[in-house]
Design a protein. Sequence first.
Lengths: 473, 473
Amino acid sequence: MYRKIDHHILKKLGEIAGQENVISDQEKITDYSHDESSSRDIAHPPEVVVKPGRAEEVAAVLELASHERIPVTPRGGATGLCGGCVPVYGGIVLSLERMNRIIELDRDNQMAVVEPGVTLGEFNRAVEEAGLSFPPHPGDESAQIGGLIATNAGGSRAVKYGVIRNYVRGLEVVLPQGEIIRLGGKLMKTSTGYSLLQLLIGSEGTLGVITRAVIQLLPALPVTRSLVIPFADIGAAIETVPLLLGRKITPLAVEFIEAEVIRITEEFLRKRWPSRAGETYLLVILDASSEEEMDLLSEAVAEVCLGKGGIDVFIADTPKKQDEVLEIRSKIYEAIKSQTVEILDICIPRAEIAGHVRRVREISKKRAIWLPTFGHAADGNVHTHIMKARCAEGKMIPVPDEEWRAKVDLVRDELYADCRARGGVISGEHGIGLVKKPFLSLVLDDVQIRLMKEIKKLFDPHLILNPGKIFDS
Amino acid sequence: MYRKIDHHILKKLGEIAGQENVISDQEKITDYSHDESSSRDIAHPPEVVVKPGRAEEVAAVLELASHERIPVTPRGGATGLCGGCVPVYGGIVLSLERMNRIIELDRDNQMAVVEPGVTLGEFNRAVEEAGLSFPPHPGDESAQIGGLIATNAGGSRAVKYGVIRNYVRGLEVVLPQGEIIRLGGKLMKTSTGYSLLQLLIGSEGTLGVITRAVIQLLPALPVTRSLVIPFADIGAAIETVPLLLGRKITPLAVEFIEAEVIRITEEFLRKRWPSRAGETYLLVILDASSEEEMDLLSEAVAEVCLGKGGIDVFIADTPKKQDEVLEIRSKIYEAIKSQTVEILDICIPRAEIAGHVRRVREISKKRAIWLPTFGHAADGNVHTHIMKARCAEGKMIPVPDEEWRAKVDLVRDELYADCRARGGVISGEHGIGLVKKPFLSLVLDDVQIRLMKEIKKLFDPHLILNPGKIFDS
């Protein structure tokens, strides 16, 4: 179906992007065969990696690929967890890493103009230096802006500040046949035709390649504070969320985390979490306009949590203490990745989380499989990890292959059935990619999937752009 | 091209929706031939009005219409300003007025589930009674939820709380061939396939008919306050906005309004605006979590405004005073509508507003035409009114037809050229509809319009749903 890369194509790619930016050395190419998914089963090497420097080069690569029927897989920071940037059909990996300029930080309009290869870490630093903030906090700092937009990344702060989609105001996109379009701009509002911009956001690099983005910023958050509250019971911990919201408290983030993964991560990082009590922690992050307001807010949160069974309240009120807590939270996946088979990304109505987590516990017990679960308690996004180890005394103890392998499909099916029954979706923020593709039809009906496939064909008639992702087109 | 309505079709429509909900009486039908656009030139009567009561009835009407090639124009509150619900090809007007139930106000999830015919006024009252808020404030209270979503309505509060798009979490939509799809849900996050939900929002009833919506709510805004600041110079008034933002003040809304339209509206409503000084007013609406915070915020706003040439600061701090100010602001269009030829809805980067308004003044002077301009100073959305009267001493004095008619196209062209040069779009919140259709290609390139037309054909192969809107498909 697809044409293989030969010397003729390599030469043309070199003419487009410069020979030094066309990599076909087998060893170097291996790095481009996977993302951060724990499963190496899904890895697949490209035939060539191209690193364009400008939108016009991206356009020329895509025009050539469409003409010659060569698959092209765009790649950002490759921090994804479902194989979205794995070149399953070989062909070209189009790495945006060289297009990494912050073109403009426009204070008057509170907008940034960036290339897709800027990392989240660099972006956040530049934004902070400009006295502004980019509220979403979608995890890994080495993620790149293009990928964050392509997956409509979320993060823990969606409860108060929404997901990436809410911040993207403009995009320059190269379409699969090489046309460059510019959507939106430094605009807070638009009702000017169908929103191709919104359609592109979250399309996982299957409809076009993002080569520039205009991103809305906000004023810097004056005061933030993190509270860690241990609970004996995970259900009670999660059930504090509607109580907080009912008291008109909208935290920046509310994370729930089971104690055992905290212990493993403490060990992994050689850092200390502020509490050893309880079985589950709530991590409540607050923002406020002044220290006084923050004190009132913290007291109100503490009162609600203690009233609902919280054992204690630890306050991280200095940047150092906050960083420690947030670092442990953000490194859990790294700490347990070696024993993780699959990380789920279920999103359900937030009032359903306690019930869903109870179901996770039941399934874990019934199937005798470790299913550590943590996530965003206030926005309904739950990350259950299907593990190939058991946990004992803060250590991960591998389980024989044949034992866990037999259980993975059963457990996933049961969890997705519960997700579906609660009106949820199988991805809140990671995307579908390759790993979740077989399960898309569990939550979307045939009509919707048919419309998506038809839209795909409109944009990409030769099906060369990131083929094999989201659905089989 | 389209089939005319005959007795056979009328009978079938009666079987679907009930005879009493199928209206073909010529007199009654006239009400359904226009929206709130000042121009009656664009009015066109339908052949029949159908008022379905359930999604299944909507589906049956659309299936019949697709099969028989009958145009169907969905209609909400008809408060639009660009003819979006005018049945230009006759056929069926599908009025959603009977589907007006608030199905659920879910406090734990902070979500409302509503039918499309609920008015904004009813919705806001129900939401407030539940102790919650729906922050966008897109103008006319008789607008209906379905229409607000179909146009991606904005309003004055977009600067702080975003537009309708940010609040729609789920939709039930009937597609043109009668299929019912359910998108999203009570979900804060989703990255599960292309966002058909976002594509439908703002598609002006051309891709599907919304029969149910899930809408995100927020906790009630604790304290709000409105400040009215007169300025001698409109440029200085608008230029306070970046200064406010630079001091980390994000108002709920910042409106700029020229004094002469305030005088006319005072007269029209027989109400008093709090100030008679100056040529332009800034109306700054603030929200805060406490009276103390509000006092600090108001002082900071006053300081910035007075430093930039504000003549005085009037504070509307009681609900009664606030309502008076907001009522005058919201009724300006009604007060000047009889002499308005066309209302523009340009949206540009907010830092460009002062320059654009200066250009409006130049054009007004050069062409000797009255162009009152007001709008949302902090989100870049400017409503310039092309008038067929001149203004003298707070009165509108009609100008002879031949005089203004010769100028309208020239003035619009010049204003759109300025919009385009500043990276703007021709609709920030009203939509394109019929009135702005000829100008879409000024701001969108051929590739984008082609993609939109192709998407339209995917959803609606027989082109029966709201034909003739946005573009000629």
